[in-house]
Structures are given as structure tokens and as C-alpha cells.
Design a protein around this ligand. Structure first.
Ligand code: FAD
Length: 466
């Protein structure tokens, strides 16, 4: 160790950890700060949940598929990496919801975040007349007197009634977060809607008056990289300084030394003395790392949903119905086991060779996860049965790629914010030089993980050299 140099360990090599390490090195270089960064990843590859499989002209995402860059954090990172030109936006297409065994188009301005127009309700076949009348009740109903957080389901049922929740809100959420709307937190998952009710009472009026629904920043397209999301990971890894990434090494515990520094212990190498540590591991893993120190013991484990993604390729002529579709979500009032299906080659250019359709479906959601335990061939069979019912496919696929994500989708349940505050306070008191960031804390999405990592990097350096 060179005298006066500081060491920062970043634990976990997913998008959050890679972004943290990248900005630590970049800011240190730009400001001539004597800092060495080491990133520790337990598996043999970095990228965590981001995994792209490129084969025979197909670009297959095993984990996340794209992102909504609502605060431009990914674009800024891509600029800093010099890969901004690789970013691509999705094509337009129709979104459907499966209710029973039929697909109903969702009017584009009924989609979440879109302008919630009363006229779209009236023309949509998704809702019965009484469902529509009840939904319009949002215009008249008072706001809640409660200040407390509540489940997303209760919140939207209060405003729009049961039918809108069953046929629109629940399917979109189950297909996106694999979540149970009767447990997920409105405050953490949809702070903008929570605030709209507080400020404007009616969500429909609030969306109009606040200008939120018309704002160019609000309704944005999804984005990815031309050659798949892993482009971001590859670029980050290649731009980290040589020898700053350790793979195949698991952090087991951490402790404080009498001089205020932190000792990090591993499964297979000697401990490392650090001046600051950024932990980007999922909360339950982080909790285990603090086990021997006795911290966070009484905090409840976080819930994570187990899901699987299944990608299948077909000859184009084999998909008989809904050729205009970009995707469909699945209501619980349907007899399908899948929760969502995307036509990857409608949504993105160049992800499949000409003449092929590539579909990606999700299976599994909180409380309904046993399907993920089936063998690959049984999962394939179930998915094919569903696709036959929903869009009339009867042929065998060219290939099927099944990826299981065990305990992987964090569930921000009611009270999430408060619990996070409690965790932050405990860490701040005992380990002021340790930060916890990543998908378990302030946002699950890739843009949010990137933003958290970048902020952690600048906070660590600021505190270290203030
Ligand atoms: P991770 O990627 O989980 O990285 C954590 C890393 O820590 C892992 O590499 C792990 O091996 C390592 N680790 C764990 N324990 C230890 C230890 N003790 N020592 C050392 N290393 C350790 N987001 C979107 O924005 N858009 C989407 O379309 C989208 N779709 C998704 C689909 C699926 C199937 C899943 C699972 C997630 C999806 N997400 C999506 C969410 C997003 O992908 C994740 O929230 C994000 O990638 C998490 O990044 P992370 O770095 O915080 O965590």
C-alpha cells in the first residue's frame, strides 16, 4: 500500500457495483485523488442480472430486456463510456391484456404514465359499463385522510374500483415486477401517484393539471443497446483499471478496526483493510454479511419473487393472431400461466434474423412460483399451451431458452421507506464509512441502480476528502 493512498471496496459486480467502481475511478482520476478501488464479485462473471445471449443472429436477454431512462442516468453513463451511439429505442406497437382467453388492446393513452383520458375508458372493451362508471368516480371521490403508506391494490381500488385494478393495474404490475399488489407499497413503487392524490385529490385531474401526462420527459420510449444490454456491462468492465475486479471471491463478513477502517473477510483470500465500502449486494445477502457483527439482526428479510424468462423463436408464418402486437399482459382472470409476453422483434430491430418471430414470456409471480420449479421441458410445454390459446401458435419453436431467477425480484412492500430509513440509521451509527445501494433499496430499475451507484461514488469521495 502506497502511503496516503485510500482503498475503497465495492461488493457485488452487478450494474450497481460496476457503475460505482467506474465513477469512483473516474472522479479520482479527474480530481487527482489517491484512491484505489477494488470490486469483489462472488460469481465468475460480472453483470449480475444483466445477461445477454447472442446466438445464430438472435439477441436474447435472459434477465432484464430494456429500461425506461426517466432521469437519463443510463444515457449519461453511456456517454461517459463512449457507447452512447449504441443506444436504441423501441418501435411502437400495440399492448394487449389477456382477460379470459381473449386479448384486449389497451388504448395507448391508458397505459401507465400516459394521459389518463376518460374517453379511453369509454371506448375500451377491457371494462364493463359499470366498471367504467366506477372508474370515473375518481373524478368525484375525496382523497384519503391517511398519511400512511398503503398497498398499491387498495390505493387504485379506492380511486378506480375493482375492475380497473383486476384488468389493468394488476396485470401490468405482475408482468413487470412479479409483485402482489396487495403487499407492494404505493409510496415506494409509484411515488408520483401517491403525490398526485395528496395534491390534486383525483388522479385523472391531477395528471392533467400537473402537466405530468403531457410532459415530454414522462412518456418515454424503452431503450437498450444495439447488441443487447450486456454491451453496458462489457464496456464498464473493460474500462475499469486492470486488476481492480476480483471474480469468484465471496464476501463473508465485515468488521471495524480500532483505527476506524473496515476489514472485509472473504471465503478464499486474506482479509482486506479498507477506508470505505459500498455494498451493492441484495439486502438479504448484505444482512448475512453483517451477521457476525450482530447488526441488522432484527430487520425482517426482504421478499424477493422467483420468476423465469422464456424466450422462443418461431418461423414468422406460424404466429396466426395479433400480428400488430408488441406485447400482452395477463390478468388473473385468465386461464394462462404466463404473466406477460413480448414480441422482441416487433419491439426492437435486429434482434432476430429475417423471417423469425422471437417471443419472450415471463412465468411466476409472488405467491405463485411453483411453475418455476418445473423442468425446462415442462415449462416449455406450459408456455406453448398458453401461446396456442392466446395467439394461435401450433408449431414447435426453433429454440427455447429458459432462465430461472430464484428469489431475484425485490418486493418493496408497504412500509419499505420506513424500513430503509431504519437500516440506514443503523449502518450510519455503526459503520459510517459503509454505504448500501442497489436494487433492494431505492429503485429496482437499471436507471435507478445506475443513479444509486453514481451517487454512492461521489458521496464516498466527498466524505473521504472533505
Ligand atoms: P445484481 O445484478 O443482483 O448484482 C449483485 C451482484 O452481487 C451479483 O453479481 C452477485 O453475484 C453479487 N454478490 C452477491 N452476494 C455476494 C457476496 N457475498 N460477495 C460478493 N458478491 C456477491 N430492470 C429494468 O430496468 N428493466 C427491465 O426490463 C428489468 N427486467 C428484469 C427482469 C428480470 C428477470 C430481473 C431478475 C430483473 C429485471 N430488472 C429490470 C431489474 C434489474 O435488472 C435489476 O434490479 C438490476 O440489474 C440489479 O442490479 P444490482 O447491481 O443492484 O444487483
Amino acid at each position: 500500500v502506497t502511503l496516503g493512498r485510500r482503498k475503497v471496496a465495492v461488493i457485488g459486480g452487478g450494474i450497481t457495483g460496476l457503475t460505482t467502481a467506474f465513477y469512483l475511478q473516474r472522479y479520482a482520476q479527474q480530481n487527482n485523488l489517491p484512491v484505489d478501488v477494488v470490486l469483489i464479485e462472488s460469481s465468475l462473471r460480472v453483470g449480475g442480472k444483466i445477461q445477454t445471449l447472442r446466438k445464430d443472429g438472435f439477441i436474447i436477454e435472459r434477465g432484464p430486456e430494456s429500461f425506461l431512462d426517466y432521469m437519463n442516468s443510463v444515457r449519461d453513463l453511456a456517454k461517459d463510456l463512449g457507447i452512447e451511439k449504441e443506444m436504441v429505442s423501441n418501435n411502437d406497437g400495440q399492448t394487449y391484456v389477456a382477460v379470459g382467453s381473449q386479448l384486449y388492446p389497451i388504448p395507448s393513452n391508458l397505459m401507465f404514465g400516459g394521459a389518463l383520458e376518460v374517453s379511453s375508458f369509454i371506448t375500451s372493451g377491457l371494462f364493463s359499463l359499470s366498471g367504467k362508471v366506477r372508474a370515473a368516480g375518481d373524478l368525484l371521490l375525496p382523497k384519503t385522510r391517511e398519511e400512511e403508506d398503503e398497498p398499491i391494490g387498495d390505493f387504485f381500488r379506492r380511486r378506480f374500483g375493482k375492475e380497473v385494478v383486476e384488468n389493468l393495474v394488476e396485470p401490468l404490475l405482475a408482468g413487470t415486477f412479479a409483485g402482489d399488489i396487495d403487499h407492494l407499497s404505493i409510496q415506494s413503487m409509484f411515488p408520483q401517484f401517491y403525490q398526485l392524490e395528496k395534491q390534486y385529490r383525483s388522479l385523472i385531474l391531477g395528471l392533467k393539471k400537473s402537466g405530468l401526462s403531457q410532459s415530454k420527459d414522462y412518456i418515454k420510449s424503452y431503450q437498450t443497446f444495439k447488441n443487447g444490454l450486456e454491451t453496458l456491462i462489457e464496456s464498464l468492465e473493460s474500462q475499469l483499471l486492470p486488476n481492480s475486479v476480483l471474480k469468484g471471491i465471496k464476501v463473508e463478513s465485515i468488521d471495524k478496526l480500532s483505527d476506524g477502517s473496515i476489514q472485509v473477510y472473504f471465503n478464499n483470500i486474506a482479509p482486506l483493510k479498507c477506508d470505505a465500502v459500498v455494498m451493492t449486494t441484495p439486502f438479504n445477502a448484505t444482512k448475512r454479511i453483517f451477521n457476525s457483527y450482530g447488526l441488522l439482526e432484527e430487520m425482517p428479510d426482504m421478499n424477493y419473487a422467483t420468476i423465469a424468462t422464456v424466450t422462443l423463436a418461431f418461423k414468422q408464418e406460424e404466429i396466426k393472431r395479433h400480428k400488430d402486437a408488441m406485447n400482452f399482459f395477463v390478468s388473473r382472470n385468465s386461464d394462462l400461466a404466463i404473466t406477460t409476453c413480448t414480441w422482441c422483434n416487433h419491439k426492437w430491430n435486429n434482434v432476430a434474423p429475417d423471417g423469425y418471430d422471437m417471443l419472450r414470456v415471463y412465468i411466476g409471480r409472488v405467491g405463485d412460483e411453483t411453475i418455476v420449479e418445473l423442468s425446462d421441458s415442462d415449462i416449455e410445454k406450459t408456455v406453448l399451451q398458453d401461446l396456442k390459446k392466446a395467439i394461435g401458435i401450433s408449431e414447435a419453436p426453433l429454440f427455447t431458452v429458459v432462465t430461472r431467477w430464484n428469489q431475484s425480484m425485490p418486493q418493496y412492500t408497504v412500509g419499505h421507506e420506513k424500513r430503509m430509513e431504519e437500516i440506514r440509521q443503523q449502518i450510519q451509527t455503526e459503520f459510517p464509512k459503509v454505504k448500501l445501494v442497489g436494487s433492494s433499496y431505492e429503485g429496482i430499475s437499471i436507471p435507478s441502480c445506475v443513479a444509486q451507484g453514481k451517487k454512492a461514488a461521489s458521496d464516498v469521495l466527498e466524505e473521504m476528502f472533505e
